[in-house]
Design a protein around this ligand. Structure first.
Ligand SMILES: Cc1cc2nc3c(=O)[nH]c(=O)nc-3n(C[C@H](O)[C@H](O)[C@H](O)COP(=O)(O)OP(=O)(O)OC[C@H]3O[C@@H](n4cnc5c(N)ncnc54)[C@H](O)[C@@H]3O)c2cc1C
Length: 461
């Protein structure tokens, strides 16, 4: 704080068009609080930028003041690097413009947009690009780490649909990166996180989707878990690119289509989305119903944007969260048995193990074509520890860690950088694998002093 005061916050404010928050300001606590309530950091200054020019000013001010900088897009990242202690937090969440060019099927998206902001603008035109499955997630952090969701098997990772970015680099300059401008930087931002600068806007390729898609849930009793998971593993090896089937095992929330006696009991659910003609999807999903005798299902044709929000009520801001993640190139008996063992000892009603089945177009890109390299990650597993009270921290974290280590022998190389917790900086090189060395070289070129280090950090040396 003193450092920043000395450097002249008042001077800075005079030219800044957005909002500046200091401790004691009414909105300070609300803005510094991110999705994961385990993170409780207090920046000396929060700059709520309204334009790329504001971002340039904030970066230059932090540089001159020699303070640490953190960057907040949607504030969803589990590691909590969006907020720093005692430094300058660049909050982009007021930058929400989305411009859709329907003729060229492109969208320019400002860095404070959530998935819901993006979908609202693109779906009016029946267009979309692969993003995540929870509409309150930020487009920025998700994209910079790779990004995947219901459209990825058909159209690839989010970064495979990225056409260009506007980015403010560590020296306070705004540059454009695309295949033809600063191509090395463009390669790096397609997976390299916030290591190379503050992206102020993203340009995406769009695709015709919906506006209605066949989607929903089938919920099986937990005592059928082995049969369901074994068939899930086989089915997902063969399914067409348009079809997505993900698995989640947890205690049943009070969903209206489930009998009351099932609420709060362990279940295995298949989440289904067909990114094509719903009529064609109906016949393709029929075999899923034969995986067991379901408690119930809720599958139908609904707006794509509504399906994008279907999981929001289970993933609200403010709970305590701790994640561990593995990639798998296949799901064999060992992995399945371990999942079932730990799903049988869930330490809280909100903890869950979910598996996204990727493959399809995500796997057809060469691992070194983008900084994101986990192209053989057929299955991405997230051990999602989630609970309400700090009194449960140890119990829930221990469960997640134990399951993580017991399932490790079955995992493949790499891990999704966006699912790493704050204590996992030792997994960053492993996460990138074949692209790590090139990322280090790029960091040396664009950020030799490691000015941007509140992230899953790629150190310049
Ligand atoms: C409930 C939930 C569901 C999720 N579902 C999915 C999913 O389906 N698919 C998927 O791929 N991921 C998913 N994720 C993970 C998600 O991709 C990451 O949490 C991602 O980092 C969130 O981005 P954000 O902008 O909201 O996060 P923030 O916490 O704001 O940012 C994360 C980090 O990214 C960097 N950053 C953010 N914005 C910028 C910027 N403009 N310029 C430079 N650096 C920046 C910073 O280093 C920052 O610390 C999910 C996360 C949650 C919590």
């Amino acid at each position: 704080m003193n450092q920043l005061q000395r450097a002249g916050i008042d001077n800075f404010k005079a030219n800044f068009r957005g909002e500046v928050l200091l401790r004691g300001d009414a909105a300070y606590d609300e803005v510094r609080q991110i999705w994961n309530a385990m993170i409780d950091r207090k920046p000396a200054l929060i700059t709520r930028c309204k334009s790329a020019e504001d971002v340039i000013r904030a970066v230059r001010f932090a540089r001159e003041s020699d303070v640490i900088v953190s960057v907040r897009g949607g504030g969803h990242n589990i590691a909590g690097n969006a907020v720093c202690d005692e430094g300058l937090m660049i909050d982009l969440s007021l930058m929400k413009r989305v411009q859709v060019d329907t003729a060229r099927r492109r969208a320019t998206v400002e860095a404070g947009c959530t998935l819901a902001d993006f979908d609202a603008a693109a779906q009016v035109h029946g267009l979309a690009t692969p993003l995540g499955i929870n509409s309150t997630t930020g487009v920025a952090g998700l994209t910079l780490g790779g990004g995947f969701g219901w459209l990825s098997r058909k159209y690839g990772m989010t970064v495979d649909n990225l056409l260009a970015v506007e980015i403010v680099t560590a020296d306070g300059r705004q540059v454009r990166a695309s295949p033809s401008e600063n191509a090395d930087l463009f390669w790096g931002v397609r997976g390299g996180g916030g290591n190379f600068g503050v992206v102020t806007s993203f340009e995406f390729q769009l695709h015709p989707i919906g506006p209605n898609v066949l989607s929903g849930l089938i919920v099986f009793p937990f005592d059928q878990a082995k049969a369901v998971l074994t068939q899930f593993a086989r089915f997902t090896e063969e399914m067409p690119d348009e079809l997505n089937v993900w698995m989640v095992t947890r205690k049943a929330p009070p969903l209206p289509f489930l009998p009351v006696e099932v609420h709060g009991k362990e279940i295995v659910a298949l989440a289904v989305c067909y990114a094509g003609d719903p009529k064609k999807g109906e016949s393709l999903i029929a075999p899923l119903r034969g995986f067991g005798k379901a408690h119930g299902e809720h599958i139908g044709v609904q707006p794509y944007s509504a399906w994008q929000q279907a999981f929001d009520p289970l993933l609200t801001k403010g709970a305590r969260n701790y994640w561990k993640s593995h990639n798998f190139s296949q799901l064999g008996d060992g992995a399945i048995d371990t999942i079932i063992q730990y799903a049988g000892t869930l330490p809280s009603p909100q903890c869950e193990i979910f598996i996204a089945a990727l493959g399809g177009q995500t796997a057809r890109i060469a691992p070194e074509a983008t900084a994101y390299s986990c192209r053989d990650a057929k299955y991405v597993m997230n051990v999602h520890g989630r609970w309400e009270s700090s009194a449960d921290d140890e119990r829930c974290i221990t469960w997640a860690r134990e399951f993580f280590s017991k399932s490790k022998p079955f995992a493949s190389d790499g891990v999704y950088i966006n699912f790493l917790t704050q204590e996992e900086s030792d997994r960053v090189a492993f996460a990138y694998g074949p692209t790590y060395k090139r990322l280090v070289d790029l960091k040396k070129k664009y950020d030799p002093t490691n000015f941007f280090r509140m992230n899953q950090n790629i150190k310049p040396s």
